[in-house]
Design a protein around this ligand. Sequence first.
Ligand code: ADP
Length: 543
Amino acid sequence: MHGLMMDTPLLISTIAEHAEKFHGDREIVSVTMDDPRHRYTMRESVKRARKLANALGRLGLDRGDRIATIAWNDYRHLEIYYAVSGAGHVCHTINPRLFPEQLIFIINHAEDRWIFTDLMFVPLLEKLLPHIPNVEGFVVLTDERNMPETSLPNAVCYETLLAAESEAYEWPQFDERTASALCYTSGTTGDPKGVLYDHRSTVLHAYASVAPDVLGLASTDVVLPVVPLFHVNAWGLPYSALMTGAKIVFPGPKMGDGEALFELIESENVTLAAGVPTVWMALLQYCRANDKIMKSLKKTVIGGAAVPRSMIEEFRDVHDVQAGQGWGMTETSPIGAVNTLKSGLEGLSDDEKLDLATKAGRGVYGCELRIVDDQGSELPWDGVAYGALQVRGPWVCSDYFKLEGAAGAHTNDGWFDTGDVATIDPQGYMAITDRTKDVIKSGGEWISSIELENTAMGHPGVAEAGVIGVAHPKWTERPLLVVVKAEGHDVSKDELLTFFKGKVADWWIPTDVAFVDELPHTATGKIKKIELREQFADYAFPE
Ligand code: ADP
């Protein structure tokens, strides 16, 4: 027997309608390529999204067509999010930091019909043009005054496109399982793979993310998404912020600029900021060097890579900011686990709380977690056993776009294999030890490169640390610690190795240290282990 409740579809456009009615006056502030501080309201934003939806129809775009964006975090990008998905098209966000070959691959694979681009990426697209013959036109995210001369065919200025349209538009109603957005994984191995979100998964993910133990978003919050709109929908913040009426502050092209981020946080009274560890390194470094304290910020959510203990500690003890770690992937929309203190653990000492905070987090309701061994048998939640992390839920991908099972990432019993290796403790806190392909195997036992990196980062002389496994005649592999020294510190190899004593098992302590000027990073700011391993391919441990 079915229940007797209404079956209204969970559509992204309903979030826009809700924001317009209940949070119409709430501000959206942006740094853009053509305006250092643009501000308007949610009402204005949704009105412009409706104009854009009309414009998309006039361009001849049909339901399900992919429309791409190559753009920073700002209000125009947000309007595209709502207009494209709301009208039934698919918003394909492209990471501009990908290699040209990857950009060409994903634009062609997605069959993008039009591309919306920030001014800065016009020259890049002009270079790609001969290789992306199926793109019909380009919209440049600027006004007539700043419109560049370009060889891009059918190049239209965004503001001119909008100016011609009526703000009257009825959001269409359709099945909530309709595709809404497309994001490709960075493709650290092989070609990038497309994750195709739908309206239902997006709305459910937004509902889950606003809960107090997840992002804890309220209408009184001011949120700074430093995580890009071009990567996993900025962790769903464009949806959760409009759902709750939290003011949004978009940093535009200023994502990695510590000073600019500090200024934005202080002047706009930001309460919650979200991003990967590398951006917070820049912000904390700026604050340290200039004796600045963040006054309004209450919470940061940090994810996408392991968060160093020292970073959580500095946020807490210097700025009185609660730094919550999160775990997720492009394939999980992305929020899968978030680390907040559970009832019953309030009595832990400050130090124990820090230890706990270095774990990735507890599974969020809606994303089930399990760890399995090589045979696929489930492992115990004892905080010690480690195995392949698998997840399942309504905002986890069931396949990759146009690959139909070929990626082999799903198990026969319907779980997604994340490619991460993890432990889960009796309280349900999951900790990532490595990505499967980064695991170091020494004398038949695994060593967690993430834990070693984390420990090294706790030394004041270390700006950034990466650990890789290097071939060893006796132990098969041993860890090599690669370090970028912090400015003004001349830390030695012996000092660093001694620093590990008592913090990790003796046999985990890296066999050697190499100092470098910088570490290679992926397009999303993580240490690029593949390149690091290539860089040290000829390295041999001292006798
Ligand atoms: P890619 O790195 O391929 O672009 P994603 O951006 O989707 O893919 O990154 C997902 C991966 O990032 C996870 O599989 C995991 O390895 C890593 N990751 C995310 N959050 C954390 C975390 N809190 N701790 C450690 N690793 C994390």
